[in-house]
Design a protein. Structure first.
Lengths: 270, 303
C-alpha cells in the first residue's frame, strides 16, 4: 500500500481526462436550455428537459428498437451459423473441408467498410433498400465467428463426443449437448463483439435506410445533430446521444469479461 | 474407382451421409458469405470495368478506363494523401494513449477492476456518440475546451472549422475512441510477459524505469507492431466521425479515401467510377491485412 499512491493518482487523473468528453456530454444533457452555455462541469441546476424533448420531438424509441432488433438478430444469426459451420469444419471429415475453411480465413482479410458499395448495389438490385433484411442478413454470418468456433471446437477432447455418441446422439445432438455448452465462452465473447459491432454500425445503415421508420439510433443522432445544432438545442442532442449510449454501456458493464475476451480474440482480425 | 472398392456399400452410404450433414451444416454460414461477400465483390469488379450512363443504366465495357481515370484524378490523390496523413496521426497517438492505460492496469492491485472498466469503456461508445461528445466538447461557443483555454488566457481555437486543424482534431477524436480497444490488446500483451523475466530484472537491481525500457518494451514490441497494424487498418476506413463532424470539409481538408468513394457514389452517382476507387482502397487494405496475418503466423493456430 505504502508506495502505491502515485499509481492511484496517475490512474485517476488519466481516467478523468479520458472520460471528460463524456462527462461534459452528460452535463449538457442535464442542463436547462438557458444554462447550456454556462461554463463549468456541473450543470447549475438539473433539468430533464433535454431527455423529455429527445423522446417526444423525435421517435427515439423507434430508432432504439430498430437498433436493438438489428443487433440482436444479427448476433443470434452469427452465433447459430458460426456454431453449425464451426462444428462441421472441426468435427466431420468431408471433401472440400479445407476449401471451406480456407475461404473463411480468406474472408477474414476482407475489410467490412470497403464492401459497402458493392453490397449496396446488390441490396438495391434485390429491392431490399430500406428493409430490415438489408440491415441484418449481410451481418448474420461472420468469417471471424466461423474461424473462432472451428478453432475452439477442435480443442474439445474427442471423449466428450464419444460419450454422447454412445448415448445415441446424432450431429444435432452432439452440437446441442457437447459443442454448445463447451464452446460457451467462445460464443459469449463472439456475442459481445457482434452485438457491439452491429449496434455501432454507421456507414451501412446510412446508405441503405431511407425512411425515418427504418433508421437506426446511430443515424438518428446524425439528423438530430443537424436539426438541433442549427437552433442550439445541444441539451437535446446530448440527451439523445446518452440514450443511444446506454444499451452498449450497460451491456459492457454487465459483460465486461466477455467483451474484453471478444476483443482480445477478435484482435486477431480486428 | 479402384480405391473405392474396399469400402462396403454400407460404409460408402455412411460416408455420403456424413458429407451431406457437413454440407448442410456449413451451408447457412457459407451461403451468406457467398451472397454478401463473394457476389458483391465480383459485381464491383465487373462494374468497375464499365462506363455507365445516368443512374447506372447503359453500361458498356471499357476495360481499365475507370482505374486509369482514378489514378490520374488529383481529387483521388488528395484524398489518399489526407487518409495517409490521418492514419499517420492516429496510429502513434492511439498506441501511446492505449499503452499508458495498459501500463496502469496490467498488474493486479486493489481497485484495478475499476480502472480497467474506465480505461476499456470507450470500446462500448458508438462512433456517433463519440462524435457528438467531441462536437460539444469542442463547440466554438459553449465548448468546454475553449472555456478552459480562455481561463488560461489563450485564444479559443476553431477546432473543427479550420482547414488546418480539422484533420488533426479528428485524429485525436479517433484515437480517443480507440483507446479502450488498444488498451485491452496491450494489457493482454503485457500480461503475456513471463513473470520470471521481470523478477530477474528486479533482482539485478533494475528500477521501474530501466525495467520498462530494457525489458518490458522490447518484449512488448511484437504486440505493439501488430496492434499498430490493426489501428492502421481501422484508421484507413474511418468514416462515421468524419461524416458527423465535418462532412469531409472544410474545403475538403478531411475528405479521406472512403469518404471520396461515398461521395462519388451517393452524391455524384458515378457508381462504376466509385467502385474502381473503392477497389483500389480495398487492394491496399488486403495487402496490409495479409501482412498482419503472416505476422500472426503461429498464433493463429493456437492449441
Amino acid at each position: 500500500m505504502r508506495r502505491r499512491w502515485p499509481l492511484y493518482l496517475l490512474a485517476s487523473l488519466y481516467a478523468f481526462l479520458l472520460s471528460l468528453p463524456l462527462l461534459v456530454l452528460l452535463s449538457a444533457s442535464l442542463r436547462a436550455p438557458e444554462d447550456l452555455f454556462t461554463p463549468g462541469l456541473l450543470p447549475p441546476k438539473v433539468s430533464l428537459e433535454g431527455y423529455r424533448a429527445a423522446l417526444t420531438d423525435y421517435p427515439l424509441w423507434r430508432y432504439l428498437a430498430n437498433s436493438l432488433l438489428v443487433a440482436s438478430l444479427a448476433t443470434l444469426g452469427v452465433l447459430l451459423t458460426s456454431l453449425l459451420a464451426g462444428y462441421a469444419l472441426a468435427r466431420i471429415p468431408f471433401r472440400g473441408q479445407r476449401a471451406f475453411f480456407g475461404l473463411a480465413v480468406a474472408l477474414l482479410l476482407v475489410p467490412g467498410e470497403v464492401t459497402f458499395l458493392p453490397l449496396y448495389l446488390l441490396v438495391s438490385r434485390l429491392d431490399w433498400l430500406d428493409t430490415y433484411q438489408a440491415l441484418i442478413l449481410p451481418f448474420a454470418a461472420s468469417p471471424l465467428g466461423v474461424f473462432l468456433l472451428r478453432q475452439y471446437i477442435k480443442t474439445i477432447p474427442e471423449d466428450y463426443f464419444d460419450a454422447a455418441r454412445i448415448d445415441g446422439a446424432g450431429h444435432l445432438g452432439l452440437i446441442r449437448h457437447v459443442a454448445l455448452p463447451l464452446a460457451a465462452p467462445a460464443l459469449g465473447a463472439l456475442a459481445a463483439l457482434t452485438f457491439i459491432g452491429t449496434w455501432n454500425m454507421y456507414l451501412w445503415p446510412l446508405v441503405v435506410t431511407q425512411s425515418k421508420e427504418m433508421q437506426t439510433a446511430q443515424i438518428a443522432i446524425n439528423f438530430i445533430l443537424n436539426e438541433a445544432d442549427a437552433v442550439a438545442r445541444w441539451n437535446v442532442v446530448a440527451a439523445a446521444s446518452f440514450l443511444v449510449l446506454l444499451p452498449t454501456l450497460l451491456a459492457f458493464l454487465l459483460a465486461q469479461r466477455a467483451f474484453v475476451k471478444g476483443i482480445a480474440l477478435g484482435g486477431l482480425k480486428g | 474407382m479402384v480405391r473405392a472398392s474396399p469400402l462396403s456399400a454400407q460404409a460408402r452410404a455412411r460416408k455420403r451421409k456424413e458429407e451431406a450433414w457437413a454440407l448442410g451444416l456449413v451451408l447457412p454460414a457459407f451461403g451468406l458469405f457467398f451472397l454478401f461477400y463473394v457476389v458483391p465483390l465480383g459485381q464491383a469488379v465487373w462494374l468497375s470495368l464499365h462506363q455507365e450512363g445516368l443512374f447506372g443504366r447503359d453500361l458498356r465495357f471499357s476495360g481499365l478506363e475507370n482505374y486509369r481515370q482514378a489514378l490520374a484524378d488529383p481529387a483521388l490523390w488528395k484524398s489518399v494523401k489526407t487518409t495517409l496523413l490521418f492514419a499517420a496521426l492516429v496510429v502513434p497517438l492511439e498506441l501511446l494513449l492505449g499503452l499508458l492505460a495498459a501500463l496502469l492496469v496490467w498488474r493486479p492491485y486493489p481497485g484495478v477492476a475499476l480502472f480497467r472498466t474506465l480505461f476499456f469503456l470507450t470500446t462500448a461508445v458508438p462512433t456517433a456518440v463519440a462524435a457528438v461528445a467531441w462536437g460539444w466538447f469542442l463547440h466554438p461557443v459553449g465548448g468546454y475546451l475553449n472555456h478552459l483555454l480562455k481561463g488560461l488566457g489563450l485564444p479559443p481555437q476553431p477546432w473543427l472549422t479550420s482547414p488546418d486543424l480539422a484533420l488533426p482534431t479528428l485524429a485525436v477524436i479517433t484515437a480517443w475512441a480507440g483507446v479502450g480497444f488498444t488498451a485491452i490488446l496491450l494489457t493482454a500483451g503485457l500480461q503475456n510477459i513471463p513473470e520470471e523475466v521481470l523478477e530477474a530484472a528486479s533482482v539485478d537491481g533494475a528500477g521501474p524505469w530501466t525495467r520498462f525500457w530494457k525489458v518490458v518494451l522490447p518484449l512488448l514490441s511484437p504486440t505493439l507492431f501488430l496492434v499498430g497494424l490493426l489501428v492502421l487498418l481501422k484508421s484507413l476506413t474511418a468514416f462515421g466521425q468524419i461524416h458527423l463532424l465535418t462532412r469531409g470539409g472544410p474545403i475538403e481538408s478531411t475528405t479521406v479515401w472512403i469518404y471520396r468513394v461515398y461521395q462519388d457514389a451517393f452524391f455524384n452517382f458515378r457508381f462504376a467510377y466509385a467502385a474502381a476507387e473503392g477497389l483500389l482502397l480495398f487492394l491496399l487494405l488486403v495487402v496490409l491485412a495479409a501482412l498482419q496475418f503472416r505476422l500472426l503466423g503461429g498464433r493463429v493456430h493456437y492449441a
